[in-house]
Design a protein around this ligand. Structure first.
Ligand SMILES: Nc1nc2c(ncn2[C@@H]2O[C@H](COP(=O)(O)OP(=O)(O)O)[C@@H](O)[C@H]2O)c(=O)[nH]1
Ligand SMILES: [Mg+2]
Length: 330
């Protein structure tokens, strides 16, 4: 017989870092079932006063760059420095870019065994198969559970990168050599969001190449102004596999966070993060509302079809549908 867990139990469980209950709390927040939404909101409201004290680190880089391997090594290093580490990996299973979250999980096996670590894949798909995702809310739960560092792994493509950058205090780019993306200046948009760069897979046999890559990157970075004027994006050489460069990158992250705090940018950005999150949910919830009754679902499909068959402009179809949505004809 399965006993239902009350919200109070979940709140206490999260706050006392009971891993099983933390997992259940996250599942509740991730649930798309309407009957769970209300409970999830109460839970998030209850834990809100216990959130905010962590450092949120987003980690990006092309698939295969070594993000998961880096997170495992770096996570262990941070734990050795006395930190508690939560890892949220955006699960690409429902996106176009099919990754292998299972592979990732096994690669983090050692970290997963550590009592000071918590690893959780975060589904990337949401309402209507969109990119809606609850990584931010999961992060709050982890903070309430007492994790000092939240490491968020992106799938390394498009929207998930921007979403993760929007909820991170520190955005780290993992680079591999010889892929030529330094020549294209990486994707400029991403370069502008990056706070630190870690050139991964630097081992004895390719140290010269690594140094050249670093020079090229520094040259490209010279033309990009970081949003914090006196911050020079550091380029650290290392190997996640051989645990090299971890101390240096850890140090640089610490410096970056200290600078943000000193300049009062840290808290201001946290507010902007929350505002963006608000805007994000307004859009998502309105979108979800379009599917909230059979009549609306039907109207949605009809207008969409009329748009796709070019009977009328897509914008006119959207306008007619939105008028219906807000007039509550349905
Ligand atoms: N030689 C070397 N291989 C690495 C290093 N870091 C990761 N790898 C390998 O690169 C492959 C992709 O790593 P993974 O962490 O899954 O990359 P992700 O897709 O960015 O998460 C795996 O086979 C890793 O063992 C490193 O520092 N040196
Ligand atoms: Mg990975």
């Amino acid at each position: 017989m399965k006993k239902r867990i009350s919200i109070e139990e979940l709140v206490l469980g999260v706050k006392s870092n009971n891993i099983r209950l933390l997992g259940k709390a996250i599942s509740l927040v991730e649930s798309k079932k309407p009957e769970h939404r209300e409970q999830a909101e109460i839970l998030l409201k209850e834990i809100l006063p216990y959130t905010g004290q962590s450092v949120r680190i987003g980690i990006t880089g092309v698939p295969g760059a070594g993000k998961s391997t880096f997170i495992e090594s770096f996570g262990k290093y941070a734990i050795a420095q006395g930190k508690k580490v939560a890892v949220l990996a955006i699960d690409p299973s429902s996106s176009l870019n099919q990754g292998s979250i299972l592979g990732d999980k096994t690669r983090m096996e050692e970290l997963a065994k550590d009592p000071n670590a918590f690893i959780r894949p975060s589904p990337s798909g949401g309402f209507l198969g969109g990119v809606a995702n609850t990584t931010f809310e999961t992060m709050l739960l982890c903070e309430a559970a007492g994790y000092d560092l939240i490491l968020i792994e992106t799938v390394g493509v498009g929207q998930s990168e921007v979403m993760v950058a929007d909820i991170s205090d520190v955005f780290l780019y993992l680079k591999v050599m010889g892929t030529g993306d330094e020549l294209q200046g990486i994707k400029r948009g991403i370069m502008e969001m990056v706070d630190l760069i870690f050139i991964n897979k630097v081992e004895e046999e390719n140290i010269t190449l690594a140094k050249n890559t670093k020079l090229e990157l520094m040259r490209a970075l010279y033309f990009i102004t970081h949003k914090i004027e006196d911050w020079k994006v550091p380029v650290v050489l290392g190997s996640a596999l051989e645990n090299k460069g971890l101390q240096e990158i850890y140090q640089k992250i610490t410096e970056f966070v200290a600078l943000k705090k000193k300049k009062n940018i840290f808290d201001v950005e946290r507010k902007i993060q929350a505002e963006k999150r608000f805007e994000y949910w307004v859009k998502e919830l309105i979108l979800a509302r379009t599917q909230s009754s059979e009549a609306l679902k039907k109207a949605y499909l009809e207008h969409k079809k009329s748009a796709s068959e070019l009977e009328r402009n897509p914008i006119s179809e959207a306008q007619s549908f939105v008028n219906k949505l807000f007039k509550k004809e349905f």
